[in-house]
Design a protein around this ligand. Sequence first.
Ligand code: ATP
Ligand code: MG
Length: 798
Amino acid sequence: AWAGGDSLLDGLNPEQREAVEYRGPALLIVAGAGSGKTRVLTHRIAGLIGSREAWPSQILAITFTNKAAAEMRERVEQLLGQASSGMWISTFHSACVRILRAEAERAGLSSSFTIYDSADSRNVIKRIIKELSADTLGFTAAGVSNKISKLKNELADVDSYARNANLNDPQEVMFVEIFRQYTKRLRAAQALDFDDLLAETVFLFRAFPATAALYQRRFRHILVDEYQDTNHAQYSFIKELTRPIEPHVVAELDTAGHHVRSLQDATGAIPGASLTVVGDSDQSIYAFRGADIRNIVEFERDYPGAKVVLLEQNYRSTQNILSAANAVISNNFDRKDKKLWTAIGDGAKIIGYTGYSGHDEAQFIADEIEKLRGEGVAYRDIAVFYRTNAQTRALEEIFVRSAVPYRVVGGTKFYERAEIKDAMAYLIAVANPADELALRRILNTPKRGIGPATETQLASFAEANGISFRQAMRDAGSLGMGPKVTGAIVKLARLLDEAALMLDPAQRSSDSAAGVSSVSEVLGFLLTESTLLETLRSSRDPQDETRAENVEELLAQTKDFVKENPDAGLIDFLTQVSLVAAADDLDDSSGTVSLMTLHTAKGLEYDSVFLTGIEEGLLPHQMSASEPGGPAEERRLFYVGITRARKRLYLSLAMTRAQFGETNVAMPSRYLQEIPGDLIEWRQSPGMANSRGGTQPRALNARRDGYGSRGSSGSDRFGGELPPAPKPKTEWANKVTAQVRDNGDLTLEAGDRIRHVDFGEGRVNQVTGEGTKRVAHVQFDTAGAKKLLIKIAPIEKL
Ligand code: ATP
Ligand code: MG
């Protein structure tokens, strides 16, 4: 008997309990946001292991982000009261990488294959477009890469695509040629792009039933969170894994020494794994990436006899927040009507705010956050969501000025910075000598006098002699280039070879007694010997200082990695880095406000949520207008945003919004009108109080009667004229935009007196932090105590 049994079911309502306890081949849990879907999955896994119905190693759980995976693992172990290794709780991508690395030979890959992120694959495509002069036909790297990605998500490869292509159309012919080149180059570089990870795994399973059977036999319980956002490739991956193993494959496995007979049923087959999926079709927000809502809608047809459990009680949000969410989503047609309810009570009203500019909106948010802090809400319990990354600029400017600590989740990602990619390219070149992209990237980084002409020469030499780019570098001596250039190339090739030997000393010809070096030792060696780090440190470009810090941060990360994963090698490190997904830089323990896009917010929850830019053009996004189903998907996105909030929800918009260097008049989003007026308390920019009568955005006031009425859709509701943008509150808005400044190496210490553009004069009490993160704690004569980031604050020393 398992002692955890009771407490495991204690925190569940009867429907959730039923879902946790159900045993059968297929289970579908459909429910609205915050109804405990993820919680049920977690309890179900703990229940299966705790009752000894399953070994941890028989579980495969798929989550949307690595971060969600880590959380789920932690929760399961908490419920079980013990660590359970061997469970696979991961994203689709991580699971596929693990399988592909293990089965590399079968898949026709090197087990050290490189994973290209979207920037890498765009670079390859850009080069192909240029070589084929495809730009003259209107091809762009972004367009081509989107199209290839969509095709791969549909499990189409270049051959299957070419079979159906219209070869009389020059555009089609060119696209096929680009696609073909792209496929060829990735192969040659032993590289897979993100979409390949899934597609190749599915192809592998289909081509080698006995290999697939090893995984079908291993994973007896498969659980998938956020099933509504699976695309065709992901759907097929699950379909393959849950397939019964046919008798002849069972026999094959048995002959190969795998003990599988005990799993056979009366027909000699091994039944498919049990599958549990949870999802909410109202939260499907990835159609643009090929997610197919039909996967959930048609689940009962795909898995006949599936049990369906509905959950309706929401445990996350107050009734006011839920009512708003229900009202909005009920405007989407083609959905099963479900109403969420909560026992939590009405809670505070939703607060609406109309600013006259994006900066004004951001200032309101910063002020409101400080108020919430005063009420005891921690920074980490607050999140700000937006539709487009461009909206972060105003928010960041104001947050920095107002000393609100924040973190942009999934913004300019650390691993996407050029200097980090440079350092990583050194590691990749060591791990995968076939990766030409990595080699070309570091060929002249840092500068060693190897120009593009030399690069081309090396590439043609490699091509002409049927050798790799790497071998061409080693043989550079026979190319007849100048001694200096030749020396630089050969030296780099030697450096990479030497680093490879550090990782695998057994390959050394001399019988040296050197042990295996760790990832951090190898990276340290590469950074020093290549002078990459030193070049950044000694540069006169002030930005290089930050870049050097970033590279040092990477080095520190490899040290942590080695400490946490003593048995892991370079490939493991590279894999981990490639799979870091947007929501993964979230660090709950840190005391910062989280800023993220609505897409990234899925599955998360926060006490207080600010939804910004609720305007036509942003939400719904202007690009969605031309897509079939676009506005409905945008509405789901809004629904996802609203339902992240536990206690407080803010909806804000601006009357004018700066975008692409222009300032445009913005209209309130059509979705705002779908929220019953009595749920929202409207506020507005202080400077607008005089110029405007109502408390709601003007366009809404004008059409009050439209509330909640289904069907009267469209932007025609917003023909209402907006009042002219007022110019109150002195000129600070101008100053804010002008204040992107750099105080560089302004040295401040306690006792110094300074002058701030807005706060006037004050005295520095203390300076904390280092480098670009130095913060001055200042007591202003009239404005009170403030913390300022020295690098960018509009201050001067007196
Ligand atoms: P989403 O659709 O946003 O992914 P979800 O359906 O996965 O939401 P969960 O995140 O599992 O919902 O649960 C929402 C919140 O409610 C969590 O904080 C969870 O711990 C809590 N919760 C769920 N069920 C219960 C319950 N029976 N008793 C108490 N709290 C619960
Ligand atoms: Mg969830």
